[in-house]
Write a protein that binds this ligand. Structure first.
Ligand SMILES: O=C([O-])C(=O)C[C@H](O)[C@@H](O)C(=O)[O-]
Ligand SMILES: [Mg+2]
Length: 429
């Protein structure tokens, strides 16, 4: 068996995304992703997926060159390679990840976000070579299916008039009734039983009303609200007091560890985060100050599936819960999330996934949610197959774009509808 990497293919694509609202603005009609293929001397191809914006592409290209001649089994070596890839200082000076939705942006985090795509591709190739599923390479699954939550968004019925976009059949959701209707569709289509609402879009009272409407429509079901740090401590405390009885957790109500610690102390409502703890360096202060009770892991920026397991072990040590964060992703990443989630013993919350919002994929067969769960594949590797024609078509869309959509910018997408829109100053309320 020859596990030497002989070729690495990088294919940036643009995939359709509905007009989902968040505190920064609205999702663009098409969003960038990067598909990674790692080929071994024996002709085995492993696939991975990560962010496709320019700042990731510019790191992925030299990274890919350095991988040739290495072994797909040399997963630790990926970190050595990552350290050799230079990050342009302008990418990290006073920068926040994707306009502020994913916490700090450091050189290391950018490198790890690229590394994770290669790690998944190497694991897929290694699993195929050995005839083992990725979860077995990670130590084995402790569950046969992974539970996901319905990721509810305020949304428009369609992208602004005249903007090229794919249509979706979800309709608008701009008030409590619309949110409940969207949740019903999620349960009918996918069987989800827990719900997360992306907040920070409307004044807090409206979002409180939406959560109360969900609690009434789905009594006893786990509910989460995530305004992406849009509230002051006082507003967060008020919302936490109003909703404390019905929330499984409140996600990133306020920005930063000191503010989160104060909200946690004054309310006792469990706080989750994918903003104030997004790197290993941020853990110590946040955990010792009791700022977060649940960390939303994300293998993309934590540096892969094995780093996700290490994060889970640290959380377990501190009695902090683990769940999983997501933003726009395709089936390769959902498969990767499912494999690693299957191996984490202390994963007691349903994971987030944007996948139901993605009408397009690069796989021959989409992954399915049944009863809100994705079955853990026991096929070799990730258990997914790339559809090369689809990949080529979505790459062609990326090639045809004049550059406007190649970097995700929710505020710019909002300005198409509202030319006066500027990224709101935080806290917004
Ligand atoms: O939980 C979160 O904060 C997210 O999922 C961040 C995402 O980027 C989401 O807000 C989005 O895509 O609008
Ligand atoms: Mg969040």
């Amino acid at each position: 068996m020859n596990l030497t990497i002989t070729d690495v293919r990088l294919t940036p694509i643009l995939v359709a995304d509905p007009p989902l609202l968040n505190t920064q603005g609205v999702h663009q009609p098409y969003t960038p992703r990067l598909i990674v293929e790692v080929v071994t001397a024996d002709g085995i191809t492993g696939v991975g997926e990560t962010y496709g914006d320019a700042k990731y592409l510019e790191l992925a290209r030299p990274f890919a060159e350095r991988l040739k001649g290495r072994q797909v089994s040399d997963l630790n070596g990926l970190f050595t390679v990552a350290d050799q890839v230079a990050v342009d200082a302008s990418r990290v000076e006073n920068a926040v990840d994707v306009g502020g939705l994913r916490g700090v942006q450091t050189a290391d985090k950018l490198r790890l976000s690229v590394l994770s795509g290669f790690e998944v591709a190497c694991l897929d190739a290694l699993g195929k070579a050995l005839g083992l599923p990725v979860h077995a390479l990670l130590g084995g699954k402790v569950r046969d299916a992974v539970e996901y939550s319905a990721y509810l968004f305020y949304k428009w019925a369609g992208h602004p008039e005249g903007v090229p976009a794919e249509k979706d059949d979800w309709g608008a959701a701009l008030d409590p009734a619309g949110v409940v209707e969207q949740a019903r569709r999620f349960t009918e289509r996918y069987g989800f039983t827990s719900f997360k609402l992306k907040g920070g879009v409307f004044p807090p009272d409206e979002e409180i009303a939406a959560i109360k409407a969900l609690a009434e429509a789905f009594p006893g079901h786990p509910l989460r609200l995530d305004p992406n740090g849009a509230w002051s401590v006082e507003t967060s405390v008020k919302v936490a007091r109003e909703l404390g009885g019905v929330l499984e957790y409140l996600e990133d109500p306020a920005l930063g560890t000191p503010a989160m610690a104060e909200v946690a102390r004054r309310t006792g409502v469990p706080l989750a985060t994918n903003m104030c703890v997004t790197t290993f360096a941020e853990i110590k202060e946040a955990f010792t100050r009791g700022a977060v009770q649940v960390v939303l892991s994300d293998h993309h920026y934590w540096g892969g599936l094995r780093n996700t397991q290490q994060l889970a072990a640290v959380c377990r040590t501190f009695g902090v819960g683990v769940s999983m964060h997501s933003n726009t992703h395709l089936g390769i990443s959902l498969a990767a999330m499912t494999h690693v989630a299957a191996t984490v013993p202390n994963l007691h919350h349903a994971c987030d996934s944007h996948y139901p919002w993605q009408s397009e994929d690069v796989l021959t067969e989409r992954l399915a949610f049944e009863g809100g769960r994705v079955a853990v594949s026991d096929a070799p590797g990730l258990g997914v197959e790339l559809d090369h024609e689809r990949l080529a078509a979505l790459h062609q869309r990326w090639l045809d774009d004049d550059g406007t959509l190649r970097d995700r910018d929710d505020a710019a997408a909002m300005r198409v509808a509202d030319p006066e829109w500027v990224t709101p100053a935080m806290p917004r309320w």
